[in-house]
Design a protein. Structure first.
Length: 321
């Protein structure tokens, strides 16, 4: 069990009398828009965030033009939810019969409703009239396919909260063990950021720790440089980061911040030319020049959740564009 040190404050009803956020649900996706024009779109399939736009309509997330949004396969792009295993499941483990990245991103979640509040943690310039809206989604064994239930026969409940604020987006996953025996899990938010040119990108906040390099056969290395430039295929797991924020810079200017909340690991991924060519639903094939994944998670080892216990963690994304 990982201690929950700074549980986020619950959203309360807004006291402002000005324009309020609007929320629409069509049975397959939920869209929320703030009075400022900021918006977010979440598919019920995978509770996948497929769009997060700034007040000027600028898209912050990269989504493949060949992404399947029909609920037949995991969405390529946006923010898929990885649970209860990251990557290919290890042999001789309780998750070993699950597909890669588990069932969270390939199950249909329930939309549990919305709540609004005055701007706070998500806005750099909180002021009267700036509102935030939270969308809640739930997943239990009742939502799983028969294959997933058979492969991972634990009694659990998940609540995934997506909170949109001015220039900010918070995603929080609450995991509860509803059964009478412990289970192990990993979790990760697989965020695809849209960037103008990968050659102009540097990523900071990853130094001073060890990372596993999946491109180099899973070998372990020291992260000693203050910044990372993407100049080829990158697939790294940075482990037990002491600082809570990883930043994406473009031309050495802040572009996005990823602040981890109760999570210690960050994955950085870009498939580059070779990797993109090998992924069927990755399009356009030169899209690797316009995206980078910086993913907050708990993927180095396992979180053990005792019977009737809970765990909550997530991320706050800040856009500077």
């Amino acid at each position: 069990m990982v201690d929950r040190s700074n549980r986020p404050s619950a959203l309360s009803a807004s006291n402002t009398s000005g324009p309020q956020p609007s929320v629409q649900s069509d049975g397959d996706k939920v869209t929320a828009t703030l009075p400022t024009g900021d918006s977010v779109e979440v598919l019920l399939y995978g509770a996948t965030v497929t769009s997060w736009k700034s007040s000027q309509g600028r898209e912050n997330l990269w989504l493949s033009s060949e992404a399947d949004l029909t609920g037949k396969k995991a969405v390529r792009g946006g923010i898929p939810v990885v649970f209860p295993v990251f990557g290919p499941p290890p042999k001789n483990h309780a998750t070993s019969k699950l597909p890669q990245h588990g069932f969270g991103r390939i199950s249909r979640w329930e939309y549990l409703g919305k709540s609004s509040s005055e701007s706070g943690v998500l806005s750099s310039s909180a002021k009267e009239g700036d509102d935030a809206v939270r969308l809640d989604f739930g997943l239990t064994p009742a939502n799983l396919s028969e294959e997933s239930k058979a492969a991972w026969p634990y009694d659990f409940s998940l609540q995934y909260s997506v909170t949109l604020g001015k220039d900010g987006l918070q995603t929080m996953l609450s995991v509860r063990n509803e059964g009478d025996k412990p289970f192990d899990f990993q979790m990760l938010t697989h965020t695809y950021f849209a960037i103008p040119d990968i050659s102009k990108v540097t990523i900071t906040g990853l130094s001073g720790v060890k990372y596993t390099d999946k491109v180099l056969d899973g070998t372990e290395h020291d992260s000693s440089t203050p910044s990372l430039r993407i100049e080829g295929q990158v697939d790294r797991v940075y482990k037990s980061l002491p600082q809570d924020t990883t930043s994406i810079l473009v031309d050495n200017k802040p572009y996005f911040d990823v602040k981890r909340d109760n999570l210690s690991d960050t994955v950085v991924w870009n498939p580059w030319k070779e990797g993109a060519a090998a992924i069927g639903d990755y399009a356009p094939k030169d899209g690797y020049k316009k995206m980078v994944c910086v993913e907050a998670g708990a993927v180095n080892g396992w979180i053990t959740l005792e019977a009737q216990d809970g765990f909550e963690a997530g991320q706050i994304l800040k856009s500077h564009i």
